[in-house]
Ligand binder design. Structure first.
Ligand code: SF4
Length: 493
């Protein structure tokens, strides 16, 4: 088979993750799995790229509208005319490889090249991207004096509405890029050879999820033998993953076939025992003893947050977790229960209203969370933002107690499959789970829902539907904690 296809920096990146991924992306793109999270990531990355360009005054954009050939011509013409201002999406080609450079800035004797990334630092895979661009540009005769990843500066704080000067910072990577650049001609030749051949016979492995989750996992796993019901991969944490990798290397994929003495820790032994026997590990007495002192009324609290890379609200930093929703179930000593909740979907800064709603929660009793470090950071962040409410909010934070470590220490059901997330634990102790929820079933769904609901283009009906789904989801999280604690303190029948 002889096929010809152009290469680009993203295709080279695919090739470097897995030659088969490049081949499938070019020749069988219809086989890709749907990846809505990736689409959201692209949209956010696009916004970051546009903002980075807007912060470089006097730049000229090389349009892609007339096709890439036209973009190469326009770039070449700008350089030939001695253009001495920044260029966005400057487009170059060499040896059939096309690159569009995010930002080129004139410097003494040539150009500074910046690749914009929606991260707070440089990742290894960024270097290959830059090296491909530099290789093409140098071969196209462009004097590139320096190269950098222009990433988000985590120390930036939005001080004035719309003023993002200082949001990005350059990390120079010249030396790392120079080393990788020397390999580009060879890499390009190999990628081209792969594209001209049949689908490469590459097995699945760790490379399928690093540095990116591949979109062809469904296709590549179609002929694999059915996984055992209790695979060794359910062993959690670094220790469990290490044991699982060793077992799989030895040809053992089924946890029920592993001798008990292969488990190196009491925790993994408990998981192994529960999985093999079906017996539940449950120390109700220990949980009762640990929770007996949790004062009434007990407030079960859970937040949903949004962490935009581009700060939306004054005083916030990139990727700062900002709570836009909470649910609180309040259980009294006599068994009665009330519910309180907060949700902001108007797109404005939700912190003040959220803090005020929190301040109306009981000012005594235990505040129960599942992994309380997160709730604590949300509450203390709100206390810093609203100093007049700091005392009452700090009191909430001081009264936090954590259900998760108790569950980890004293409970395991094999249906949890190595996870102590509330979503894994709840269905093993109660007749409900999360499957019946509509649309929002995870924190990631909640963030996507928030972004869609606060988009001015979203219809009122749609916003209402998202609102209902968000309220149901967050309420389920605190309801789950109530049910789980009740069940954990009861002896199993
Ligand atoms: S799933 Fe794995 S083996 Fe298949 S194309 Fe993707 S990275 Fe390659």
């Amino acid at each position: 088979m002889t096929r010809q296809a152009g290469l680009s920096k993203s295709r080279i990146t695919l090739f470097e993750q897995c030659p088969k991924r490049l081949w499938l992306s070019v020749h069988r793109p219809e086989l890709a799995d749907e990846q809505p999270d990736m689409q959201r990531g692209f949209a956010e990355g696009h916004r970051v790229g546009e903002l980075a360009c807007s912060l470089v005054p006097g730049g000229v954009m090389v349009s892609a509208e007339g096709g890439m050939g036209r973009a190469v011509e326009q770039t070449s013409s700008l350089l030939a005319q001695g253009h001495d201002r920044p260029i966005f999406e400057a487009t170059f080609a060499h040896d059939g490889v096309l690159v569009r450079v995010d930002i080129l800035e004139p410097v003494e004797g040539g150009w500074h090249m910046a690749e914009v990334k929606n991260t707070t630092g440089v990742k290894d895979y960024h270097i290959g991207d830059l090296a491909t661009q530099l290789w093409v540009m140098r071969n196209a005769g462009v004097e590139v004096r320096s190269s950098a990843i222009r990433h988000v500066d985590r120390d930036f704080t939005l001080e004035r509405e719309g003023d993002y000067a200082g949001l990005f910072t350059d990390t120079r990577v010249d030396e790392r890029v120079a080393t990788i650049m020397e390999t580009r001609a060879e890499v390009v030749a190999e990628a081209r050879a792969v594209l001209a051949s049949d689908e490469p016979p590459i097995e699945r492995g760790d490379h399928c999820i690093s540095p990116f989750t591949c979109s062809f996992i469904g296709w590549c796993s179609r002929n694999e033998p059915e996984a055992p019901e209790w695979p060794v991969d359910i062993l959690p944490d670094a220790a469990g993953k290490k044991v699982a990798a060793k077992l799989k290397t030895g040809g053992i994929a089924d946890l029920t076939q592993v001798p008990a003495d292969e488990m190196p820790s009491p925790k993994l032994s408990r998981i192994h025992h529960a999985t093999v026997t079906g017996e539940v590990w449950h120390e109700a007495e220990a949980i009762r003893a640990a929770t007996a002192g949790w004062a009434w009324p007990r407030t079960y609290l859970d937040f949903e947050t949004i962490a935009p890379s581009i700060p939306r609200w004054l005083g916030t930093r990139p990727f700062q977790q900002v709570p836009f929703q909470f649910s609180a179930h309040i259980e009294n000593a006599d068994g009665t229960m009330t519910h309180s909740e907060f949700l902001s979907l108007d797109g404005g800064d939700p912190r003040r209203a959220c803090a005020e709603a929190l301040a109306r929660l009981p000012q005594e009793g235990a505040v129960i969370a599942w992994n309380m470090a997160f709730e604590r950071s949300c509450i203390l962040g709100l206390a810093r933002h609203c100093p007049d409410l700091a005392r009452v909010l700090e009191s909430l934070a001081d009264r936090l107690v954590d259900l998760l470590p108790l569950a980890r220490r004293h409970y395991y059901h094999r249906d949890m499959r190595g996870s102590w997330s509330i979503k894994a634990v709840l269905p093993t102790l109660a007749d409900i789970g999360y499957a019946d929820l509509v649309e929002v079933k995870s924190g990631t769904d909640a963030q996507a829902g928030y972004l869609e609901a606060t988009d001015p283009a979203t219809s009122r009906e749609r916003r209402g539907a998202i609102r209902d789904a968000l309220l149901d989801y967050c309420r389920r999280d605190t309801e789950a904690m109530v049910l789980v604690l009740t069940a954990l303190t009861r002896e199993r029948g």
